[in-house]
Design a protein around this ligand. Structure first.
Ligand code: OAD
Length: 223
């Protein structure tokens, strides 16, 4: 089974900003203010405005050739895809059972009862939970200091993979940043597909824009 981890670079050519590149989101916004539980408690309007803008961008973006290539790979070979991206471009390209370890922009969660539902276009600090009535609803995304989703399943799949591939991620945010080391420790070959080397220790790397490098690699291994 091929284990794939994707990051913001996969969606960059669909027009969604990355976080740490030159004009990345974290150069424009203070992540402590917009991507932490403390930031949300202090100023929910600012945080919701940030995610409302991200949601609008993601909704108007289209999957690119790299998303489509990964969906094609999944149809041809046993492939487990974990994404750090909160967009749903992989799902919209036809990939199935994508594990969104950092949550999804198009979903809402109630902080009190845990109910989840589809996000409206615009979330408002006065929104209520349809299930318990609490006024503590939030985007269903994982913030810094919170536990990503699916870690047990990820570890199980990763340690049984025949190949680990990281695509379009800078490898700076843990636990995802540690997956390459975990794969290596289990003797699993590792491959990086990225615009440029991230600095992580991979057995092999193919560098260039995701829309070129990912389809070329998928064509190579499914030929
Ligand atoms: P980053 O912004 O940290 O890294 C993006 C990576 O994509 C970099 O290595 C770029 O070189 C590469 N890249 C940029 N354009 C590309 C292109 N066209 N083709 C291929 N690669 C390209 O984004 P992530 O690693 O995804 O978490 O960031 C990880 C997490 O940090 C995010 O999920 C988010 C963020 O803070 C939370 O908000 C919890």
């Amino acid at each position: 089974m091929i284990f794939i981890l994707t990051g913001a670079g996969l969606s960059a050519e669909s027009g969604l900003g990355t976080f740490r590149d030159k004009s990345g989101l974290w150069t424009e916004y203070d992540l402590k203010k917009v991507a932490t539980p403390e930031g949300y408690a202090a100023d929910p309007s600012t945080v919701l405005d940030f995610y409302n803008a991200r949601r609008a961008n993601a909704a108007s973006a289209e999957p690119n050739a790299a998303h489509h290539a990964l969906a094609r790979l999944q149809a041809a070979r046993e492939t487990f895809i974990v994404t750090q991206n909160v967009d749903t471009l992989l799902d919209r390209a036809g990939a199935t059972q994508v594990l969104h370890m950092h949550g999804r922009l198009d979903r809402v969660r109630c902080n009190k009862c845990g109910a989840r539902w589809d996000a409206p276009e615009i979330m408002d600090p006065f929104d209520h939970c349809g299930q318990c009535g609490a006024q503590t609803v939030r985007p269903d995304v994982v913030w810094f200091g919170e536990m990503p989703h699916g870690l047990d399943k990820i570890e199980d799949k990763l340690t049984r993979a025949s190949l680990f591939v990281a695509i379009g991620t800078s490898g700076t945010v843990y636990p995802a940043a540690g997956f390459v080391e975990m794969a290596t420790a289990h003797g699993i070959p590792t491959l990086e597909l990225n615009l440029e080397p991230s600095g992580g220790v991979f057995d092999e790397g193919h560098y260039g824009p995701a829309t070129k490098v990912v389809p070329a690699w998928v064509n190579e291994i499914t030929a």
